[in-house]
Structure formats: C-alpha cells, structure tokens
Ligand binder design. Sequence first.
Ligand code: ADP
Length: 303
Amino acid sequence: MNSIIIFGVFVADLCFFGNKIPTRGETVLGNNHLVGPGGKGSNQAIAAARLEGNVKFITKIGKDSHAEMALSLYKEAGVDTASVIQDPSLSTGVAGIMIDENGHNAINIVAGAAGHLQNIDIDKNLDVIKDSKIFLTQMETPDLTTMYALKKAKENNCLTILNPAPARKIQKEDFSLLDFFTPNETEAEFYLNKKIETKEDIQNAAKEFLSMGVKNIIITLGAKGVYFENKEENYFIDALSLKDEVIDTTGAGDAFNGALAVALAKDSNYKDAIIFANKVGGISTTRLGAASSMPLLKEVEEY
Ligand code: ADP
C-alpha cells in the first residue's frame, strides 16, 4: 500500500488529578497520577497505523523511559520507527497536565527533544518522503521546519495535509503548499480573525482559505461533523450518529486526520475519504484518552 509519512511531536502526558488545580505558591494533595502517550503527530501516526496504514513517523525523542514508552507503543500499533530520531543528550518531551474534580485542566508542554527538530532532520529523510504518497503534519514542531518539511513533501510529489493544531501563524505564501488544510472551527477563526457561527460563516471561511491558496479545505465541526470545499465541489457531512455515549473528545481531530491520510493513501475519492475520517473521529469520542481511543480498521468496518 502507498506510504504515509507523518512529521510531528511525541510527548509523555503526565496527568495529575486532584480536587483543584493549585494556584501560584500553593501545594495540593492529589488523588491520582497517570502517564500516557501524547503529542498530535504521535496520536495521528498511531491512529493511521491502527487503521492499517503503511505509516512512517519522523520525530525526535530522547533515550529515557518516556522514549521507551513511545517506541513500544509504535511497535504495538505498527508504526515504522526508522525515522524516529533518538538523541541521548535531550529529554523526551513531556506535558504536565493538572486536572481538577470537574475535569478542567491546566497544561504546561515542554517539547524537549521534539523542539530540536531541524531542517537537516527532514533532509536526512528525503528518500522516505519521496517514497510516500501522503505527507501529514501539525503545528507542534518548530514552525520553520514544519514549513520546510511541507515544501520538501510538495517538491517530492506527496499529497500534503496540514492539521493546524495548535493554531499558529502561517506565512501567506505557505498556504499554497497545502493540498489539504484541516482546521477545526476555533483554528479556522484564528486564521481568518473572525467568528464562525453559522453555516454561511463556515462556507465563507472555506472560500477564503481557497483564495489563500489551499487546494482542499476541510473544516471539522465536532459534533456537527465536517465541511469540505474545493474548486469543483462543496458539502457538509453530518457527524456519525453514535451507538455509544460520548466519553472523551480528546484526540477526535487526531483520529480524523490519521484516518483521512489512510483513506487518501488507498486512493479513495475525496468524499469517501472524508466520510471514513468522520466515522473514525466519531468512534474515537466514545473511548477514553487520545492514542488509546484510536479504533482498529476492523472495529470501524463493524461499527
Ligand atoms: P478537534 O478534536 O481537533 O477539536 P473536532 O472537535 O472538530 O476536532 O473533531 C474532529 C472530528 O471528530 C469531527 O469533524 C467529527 O468527525 C468527529 N467528532 C468530534 N466530536 C464528535 C461527536 N460528539 N460526535 C460525532 N463525531 C464527532
């Protein structure tokens, strides 16, 4: 099957649960602690591999226990780790997540090794990029390298997908590097600097992205599904009506993007690819966590 190359970040999520989030200078006694895999690129790689995509992941981690967690997870999911760079002089990225009894959180992310990804790391992987049909990335890696990677992917005839999360500034000229741009509503608002509330707002926003140079715009709308537009066609697709309760929407966007990459790698037409991604995103909300909520292909087919 055609390969998918994903460029992104892994961090270990260190979750501290307690009655309240401590304020400055305060110490609280918590009641639970969990360590789990995080990072949007990593979540998307796992999502795509669990859907039986042929996935290679470019990232940078250290040589510590968090790195071991990442590598064993990739082995289990079937992510090719030949392009995972291990630098023993750097620490694997971490996110310190404080969660109170109402589920509200406060997060401090230290990208660690992944914050040291450079253009040369892309250059070293040009052969892998050249052999891939799909290139997928997000906005957690250093900006200049993210855009450099997209440029190299385009030069090597990949179909590029940028999931702009977290939303960060993109230079005007770089939008034309994007075959697919997949913001959620909040991210779309950030780039257009205006509120998106009605269906008409969504359609107007999509047109603006196309005029900026994006070839295909997909705005994900959470429980409302998704909107697609390119020069030839446009449509809304309703969210999957779920058989199970929504438990945790964390990682829904990652599930969506990983699934989109897999379907496009299989040469599905765009509408079928979006319907598949919409289904996978929906299923992921019925399970707890991000990486752990990504469904297997068999589970998607049976749902
Ligand atoms: P993000 O997780 O990046 O904020 P969204 O919330 O837009 O992104 O979710 C991504 C996709 O996941 C949606 O377009 C939809 O396909 C699916 N999804 C999210 N929330 C739900 C839900 N409550 N019910 C069904 N599908 C959902």
